[in-house]
Design a protein around this ligand. Structure first.
Ligand code: SAJ
Length: 408
């Protein structure tokens, strides 16, 4: 039996995947409301294919509880929050969960950490958390790091098809865990040591951050000299070895905008491109504001209450707002006392999370002269006509070309 600890964005789909592939699974979360919701037969966030997968897992007998189970395998997928000021992760949820499971597990159980951790965290924090309980890692309990790799918006497909990494002290334990993931994972599963697995995960997300930063820097260069960055990237990408990503209003999400800081923090003076990329991506929300203000001047729009912001999530077709560029932009506007003015709308966010948030497109567009499109949800993709004759700043390049559509 597997006890999956932490039933959030990663833990829930992973637990469901194991359960729907013949593995006995109990999902544990300390949040009673979440467990009650799952027990009542409802999923707790929106994700393509998740409800169907949930149905299959429930049919296969998955259980949800707030209690830790006594079993031979644990998957830890609790959050690793990070402190914006120090740029370091807080490993306390992981160490607490590991401490809790090792106090109930039988001798020889395997604890698999899926949560992303900064390189060295398992050595520095997780092992000591076990040793403090007078247990010997490798005898009383086996430690494994199997960082998740799935992308929100396509999680179910990627769980099935992505290659994975399994890091373990003991290769035979690694091979056993590989076999477990192979119950559903059709990709290649590389077995390595724990530190390599930690580093690999952070390096992957940093690779993407740097590549997005290149696209964003090109957008700034092209804007400064009246060139169309999208056309340039489109043509450059015809080269067989070039694949430039898309410029946008910034990088959000809990991973790509966070993980590179671990390398910057741990390797000062060495992580130079990485630091530069982070700074470029973090500067994008302000770049959008500058661009909006020059368009307002060009179009004679003076009243900022006539400007609306479309999109709150960190990317399209997800309901996740962690580190979202729109939130970063609103923070920046707040610093300049301009925040009360703009209406904000995102069809994926039902709760009120920012000032002047509205909950229908109609209410949003009412009275607006200009819209800043921060997220390219399917609702609007390719449909600039939905905005009538309003001026549009399309920070995601999803609205096509039209006289009213401005790009970054
Ligand atoms: N973005 C751009 N331009 C692009 C691509 C993305 O501006 O061309 C922006 C997005 O809008 C978003 C951010 O970057 O704000 C990151 O989005 P993403 O879709 O690239 O990635 P995430 O954060 O949703 O998921 C990533 C994935 N990592 C990699 O692709 C290396 C995923 O595989 C990881 O599992 C996930 O981080 C994680 O949890 O680590």
């Amino acid at each position: 039996m597997i006890n999956v600890i932490g039933l959030g964005y990663i833990g829930l789909p992973t637990a469901l995947m194991f359960a729907s592939h013949g593995v006995e699974v109990v999902g544990t979360d300390c949040n009673e409301y979440l467990v009650t919701t799952l027990k009542a037969g409802r999923t707790t966030f929106k994700e393509a294919g998740l409800d169907e997968l949930f149905g299959r897992a429930v049919d296969a007998g998955i259980q949800f509880t707030t209690d830790y189970q006594s079993c031979d395998t644990y998957v830890i997928s609790v959050p690793t929050p990070y402190d914006k000021a120090s740029k370091k992760i807080d490993p306390s949820y992981v160490t607490a969960a590991v401490g809790d499971v090792v106090s109930v597990c039988p001798k020889g159980a395997t604890v698999i950490i899926e949560s992303t951790v900064s390189p060295g965290t398992i050595e520095k924090f997780v092992r000591p958390a076990i040793e403090r309980r007078n247990m010997v890692v490798g005898e009383d309990v086996h430690l494994v790091h199997a960082p998740e790799r799935i992308i929100p918006g396509n999680m179910v497909y990627e769980l099935l098809h992505n290659n994975r990494t399994v890091g373990a002290d003991d290769l035979s334990v690694g091979e056993r865990v590989k076999g477990l993931y192979a119950s559903f994972c059709q990709g290649e599963i590389a077995v390595t040591d724990i530190r390599t697995a930690e580093m690999t995960k952070v390096v992957e997300n940093t690779f993407r951050d740097i590549n997005i930063a290149y696209a964003n820097e090109l957008a700034k260069i092209c804007r400064s000299d009246g060139m169309d960055v999208h056309e340039i990237i489109r043509i450059a990408n015809k080269h067989p070895r070039v694949n430039i990503l898309s410029p946008g209003p910034g990088v959000g999400g809990h991973c790509i905008s966070v993980d590179p800081w671990f390398l910057v923090g741990d390797y000062p003076g060495l992580a130079n491109i990485i630091l530069a990329a982070r700074k470029i991506n973090d500067s994008m929300p302000d770049f959008v504001l500058e661009r909006a203000s020059s368009i307002m001047k060009e179009r004679g729009i003076v009243d900022s209450s006539k400007i609306g912001i479309y999109g709150l999530t960190y990317k399209e077709n997800v309901d996740d707002v962690r580190e979202s560029p729109t939130l970063q932009m609103l923070e920046s506007m707040e610093r300049h006392l301009a925040v009360d003015a703009c209406k904000v709308y995102d069809p994926w966010i039902e709760d009120d999370i920012v000032l002047n948030q509205v909950h229908s497109m109609e209410e949003f567009l009412d009275g607006l002269e200009m819209v800043i499109v921060m997220v390219g949800h399917s609702q609007i993709k390719g449909k600039s006509e939905m905005f009538g004759d309003r001026v549009l700043l399309d920070a995601r390049n999803v609205l096509g070309n039209d006289d009213n559509v401005y790009k970054l």
